[in-house]
Design a binder for this molecule. Structure first.
Ligand code: C2G
Length: 434
């Protein structure tokens, strides 16, 4: 018996898919199809897949051509499959020509001509609503949103506005955008989503204006260090039935959810200590302290909760700007220490000590792709990781896309009460500082 294998995502199943399965079947007596798993596709940057794995499997099955369906879950699995299923022919479309030649030691490689004039990409483009993102900024760095948005179906940064004309002009040029606007109202008018990327003092106002016009928002957090203003914005988003989303990439990255699962689910025992530090020296940005603090307070609140008994802050200043702050939180059975250096250098790290294991994240822990888990007595750390290119913005936009599809406006990444609590803490620090 000759066995044939082929692989694919088979998203929005079409004639091209049917044709390749039919021709693959003709090479032998038994056809196995490997359908890509969701994590595998996310890992290889294919975020645009529309159908669920179950639907894609069902569609392949319904062709009646296939003897066995397997799921492709990781890079390199194909080698194991060829051995395990004792394959004679590996068939794939000629868009992959030459890419799998190294497999010819295991079986015969066959590249077949693709069916012309049809593709999942085209079908997706036709069937999706397009969302135009407009950026309002006071700097020419885009935080990679332009590139990353393109990786999610239907999303694209189309225009820019800055209160400083030269900045919008440079931004448009640098990122090759279609439109530039000289009034904020025009940007709002011509966008479905506004990305607010500017210093903290201007955020509330810019967010408020766009929310009132019924536009969805992505903003660099915190929107403000005043809890009352955060509450007002949340309320305004609800009234206008739009999404108000913090640009906190961490919570949309797979490995951070693993960390939460372990710490919240008791897998590292009872948590005794949360230790986190961050610093950045950016002369261009004023009040960066609040941005950095917001980023460090979020994992603390997620892991230890909001019911600490006491807090204590030490703050030093350089001119009007906070230069360094140490924040201490006393929980019933745990302590948290957060150090934030605005102009001073502190090492970036996150350490969570539990009674049964310790977790560490180094360097840019807020967008880290991995963490280490140390067990007492264990000589080597267990590494948990996820691999992707870029800074992770695409995962945040993908979450937004899912929310839009489901008609949901409240984010499950950063919860509203967490944004409010962070502002309350920042407000206390701000008051000490006045
Ligand atoms: N195909 C085709 N004609 C088309 C479109 C697709 O012949 N018009 C073929 C592809 O060449 C591939 C199969 O249909 O052999 C599945 O295509 P996709 O769903 O796009 O899967 P792909 O991302 O190419 O996955 O491990 C994954 C595989 O390596 C390929």
């Amino acid at each position: 018996m000759k066995k044939v294998i082929t692989y694919g995502t088979f998203d929005m199943f079409h004639k091209g898919h049917y044709n390749i399965l039919k021709r693959a079947k003709e090479y032998g007596d038994y056809l196995i199809v490997g359908v890509t798993g969701e994590n595998y596709d996310i890992g290889r940057g294919k975020l645009s897949v529309n159908d669920t794995l179950a639907t894609r499997i069902e569609n392949v099955k319904n062709t009646g051509l296939v003897d066995e369906i397997i799921v492709e879950e990781y890079l390199g699995q194909k080698i194991g499959d060829l051995i395990k299923y004792d394959i004679d022919y590996f068939v794939i479309g000629d868009d992959w020509k030459g890419k799998f030649d190294h497999l010819s030691r295991y079986c015969e490689m066959v590249y077949l001509e693709r069916t012309k004039g049809i593709s999942s990409t085209e079908l997706r483009e036709k069937s999706f609503k397009n969302y135009n993102i407009g950026v309002v900024c006071d700097e020419t760095d885009d935080n990679e949103i332009v590139k990353e948005a393109k990786l999610v179906n239907g999303f694209q940064v189309k225009g820019v506005y800055s209160p400083q004309k030269e900045i919008s002009e440079k931004f448009k040029e640098k990122y090759d955008l279609e439109n530039i606007y000289y009034e904020y109202d025009e940007l709002i008018e011509n966008s479905d989503i506004i990305y607010v990327r500017c210093t903290i003092e201007k955020r509330v106002d810019l967010i408020r204006q766009a929310l009132k016009k019924g536009k969805h928002i992505i903003y660099d957090p915190p929107a403000s260090y005043k809890a009352s203003e955060i509450k007002e914005l949340i309320q305004l988003a609800k009234e206008n039935n739009v999404i108000l989303m913090e640009n906190t990439k961490m919570v949309h990255i797979y490995v951070f959810n693993q960390l939460l699962w372990m710490t919240q689910g008791g897998l590292i025992g009872d948590i005794l200590s949360f230790n986190c530090s961050i610093s950045k020296n950016d002369e261009e940005r004023s009040n960066l302290f609040y941005d950095l603090s917001s980023l460090t307070l979020l994992p603390m609140l997620k892991i230890l909760g909001q019911d600490y008994e006491k807090s204590d802050y030490m703050v030093t200043k350089d001119g009007d700007d906070i230069e360094f702050a140490s924040m201490n939180f006393v929980y019933p059975n745990a302590r948290a220490v957060i150090n934030v250096g605005n102009k001073l250098r502190v090492d970036n790290q996150l350490e969570i000590i539990g009674t049964e294991a310790t977790i560490r994240m180094k360097e840019n822990w807020w967008r880290s792709k991995s963490f280490s888990l140390y067990k007492p007595g264990g000589s080597e750390a267990e590494i948990y990781n996820t691999n992707f290119e870029g800074n992770g913005f695409k995962y945040l936009i993908k979450s937004m896309s899912t929310m839009l599809k489901n008609g949901r406006i409240e984010s499950m990444g950063v919860f509203e009460d967490e944004s409010i609590k962070i502002a309350e803490i920042l407000e206390e620090i701000h008051e000490i500082n006045e």
